[in-house]
Design a protein around this ligand. Structure first.
Ligand SMILES: Cc1cc2nc3c(=O)[nH]c(=O)nc-3n(C[C@H](O)[C@H](O)[C@H](O)COP(=O)(O)OP(=O)(O)OC[C@H]3O[C@@H](n4cnc5c(N)ncnc54)[C@H](O)[C@@H]3O)c2cc1C
Length: 521
């Protein structure tokens, strides 16, 4: 990476490969690009590992077992038959090598059941909803942190990789259809970074919703930036809701692994209801369980997760989750109250099998990317795997495309001429955005609600845009990005037929298929 300063004192950086984001997808892309000999700059707005969803991942990472075909079928079945079979083949085909090479041999992740560095088959394999066999590697119920923290440490020590933390990418730099890097907001000023190739790995869109399992910074920045630059965005209607989040103060996720170990769902009348909904009962696909939990909460007031069937007992099997319950004075023996919460974006920036977007030299990987693997509904514990597999592929291909290819272009720095915005500005707009998304673009949707949401969010976007024309701040750009993503979701949802986690309940549930979307509505 090279660095210089302009006459106005602005830092100008050049790099072969720029990776935006430091979750599993960004780390994997940086690793693969550096291994290919590229100079890599990782720019992340994170100031700590827990700013990435990766750090929050609980249940684990799925790996292909002896029979790849069963894994393939499980992914396709969970997606309601909408996943792209070729993308699923890549996920299933690359899984073992990627996990063994990066997580076991390179990072020595201490998976449960065997010493670090053991063979993949020696570790304990857990089971989660819609998996027909035990295939999930885990570290207690906090797998993500045990993957991400060693990954970040490893990359920080890597000669070819430079990290810029607390550095937010605002917009892509484009010229004649090619992406040349980003504008970065860092230490209060905006600086261009020119890159031979740029990889977006910015995670999900949980901040669009009031009820979410995601960290606060999941504001959909990569999807919004790519949409503004004209990249194809697809499948935004497929927002997955996790069925079992604790809904009280300080919410937390209760991993599907708990149901995988036998826990059952009971409604407010104490009845187990899932066997009447789906043959696989509590282990039905996520979208099915989320809808059933919502319906039973509406009908009987609450749903609890009865953990008494877990062997030998819940505290021994899931000590991390037991601790989260204790911190909130929830006694697991009474059942843990649960409700659906926004969890994962299955759609996003459309990419091919190497993570290439529709724009030259722009790549995407992880939750912000739409690979086709998840279709309309993601199978549990395949997100870390997808981020790892596509991150490695995108990083390697970006290194080829970006070697010695950084070019400085004329850029127009965003205007920052307005006085400070009042603090209430962002919080008041977020409140309106989230109320709209929770009430109209949730687990169950109607066309009337979706139309109402579209017009509310369109107005909101207009109000936010008026400020971003003259003012630069992290909170304002995050709000802009969340609003753009919300609009993309509401628009795609109002146009697409029901499938998987996009469930339209009014009679006229047929819409036109959403082939792609852009930031304008
Ligand atoms: C509570 C919870 C439990 C989960 N459990 C599992 C599980 O057991 N198994 C599984 O497979 N999946 C699980 N998931 C899903 C999975 O963790 C995520 O989908 C996955 O980690 C996403 O990885 P990522 O690298 O794409 O994004 P993230 O890990 O979210 O990383 C995104 C990064 O981009 C940075 N960033 C964002 N915008 C910008 C910007 N403008 N400029 C610079 N940097 C930016 C962020 O700071 C962050 O570092 C879980 C998710 C949650 C929230």
């Amino acid at each position: 990476m090279s660095e210089s300063t302009t006459e106005t004192g602005t830092d100008v950086r050049e790099t072969d490969v720029l990776v935006v984001g430091s979750g599993i997808a960004g780390c994997a892309a940086a690793l693969a690009a550096a291994r290919s000999g590229a100079n890599v700059l990782v720019a992340t707005k994170a100031t700590a590992p827990e700013d990435a969803s990766t750090d929050w991942a609980q249940g684990g990472i799925a790996v292909t077992g002896e029979d790849p075909e069963t894994f393939r079928e499980d992914v396709l079945d969970a997606s309601d038959g909408t996943a792209d079979p070729e993308a699923v083949d890549i996920l299933v085909g690359d899984a073992r090598d990627a996990v063994e090479d990066v997580l076991v041999d390179t990072l020595s992740v201490p998976f449960d059941g065997a010493p670090a560095g053991a063979g993949l088959d020696d570790y304990d394999h857990g089971r989660e909803a819609a998996h027909s066999e035990r295939r999930i590697l885990h570290v207690n119920a906090s797998t993500g942190g045990h993957v991400l923290r060693p990954f970040l440490n490893y990359l920080r020590d890597h000669d070819g990789v430079t990290f810029l933390e607390d550095a937010m990418a605002l917009d892509l730099l484009t010229h004649e259809g090619r992406v040349h890097g980003v504008h970065l907001l860092r230490e209060g000023s905006v600086e261009p970074v020119f890159a031979g190739a740029t990889v977006l790995a910015t995670g999900g869109i949980g901040a669009c919703y009031g009820t979410t399992t995601n960290p606060d910074g999941a504001t959909g920045d990569g999807v919004a930036m790519a949409a503004f630059a004209g990249a194809r965005i697809a499948d935004m209607q497929y927002v997955q809701f996790h069925p079992t989040a604790y809904p009280g103060d300080d919410p937390f996720l209760v991993s599907e692994a708990v149901r995988g170990e036998g826990a059952i769902l009971r409604n407010g009348e104490g009845e187990r209801f899932m066997p009447g909904v789906h043959d696989d009962a509590e282990l039905a696909p996520r979208d099915v369980v989320a809808r059933a939990v919502k319906d039973e909460r509406d009908r009987t007031g609450e749903v609890r997760l009865d953990v008494s069937p877990v062997e030998p007992d819940f505290r021994t099997e899931f000590p991390d989750l037991a601790e989260l319950c204790d911190e909130r004075d929830v006694d697991p023996e009474d059942g843990i109250p649960v409700a659906p919460a926004e969890h994962y974006l299955c759609g996003g920036i459309a990419v091919d099998e190497r993570g290439r977007t529709t724009l030259d030299r722009l790549f995407a990987a992880g939750e912000c990317a739409r690979t086709g693997v998840h279709g309309a509904n993601r199978l549990a514990s395949t997100s870390l795997l997808e981020g790892l597999v596509w991150g490695l592929r995108a990083g390697e291909t970006a290194a080829d495309a970006g070697a010695d290819a950084a070019e400085r272009i004329e850029t127009q720095e965003p205007l920052d001429s307005d006085p400070e915005l009042p603090d209430e500005f962002a919080s008041a707009k977020y409140a309106r955005l989230r109320e709209t998304m929770d009430s109209a673009v949730g687990v169950e949707r109607t066309h009337a609600d979706l139309e109402r949401a579209r017009s509310t969010i369109r107005r909101l976007k207009g109000e936010v845009d008026a400020y971003t024309r003259t003012r630069v701040s992290r909170s304002l750009y995050e709000l802009r990005n969340a609003t753009v993503c919300a609009l993309l979701v509401a628009r795609a949802a109002s146009e697409a037929p029901s499938a998987g986690c996009h469930h339209v309940v009014d009679a006229d549930a047929e819409g036109s298929t959403n082939g792609g979307a852009r930031a304008d509505d």
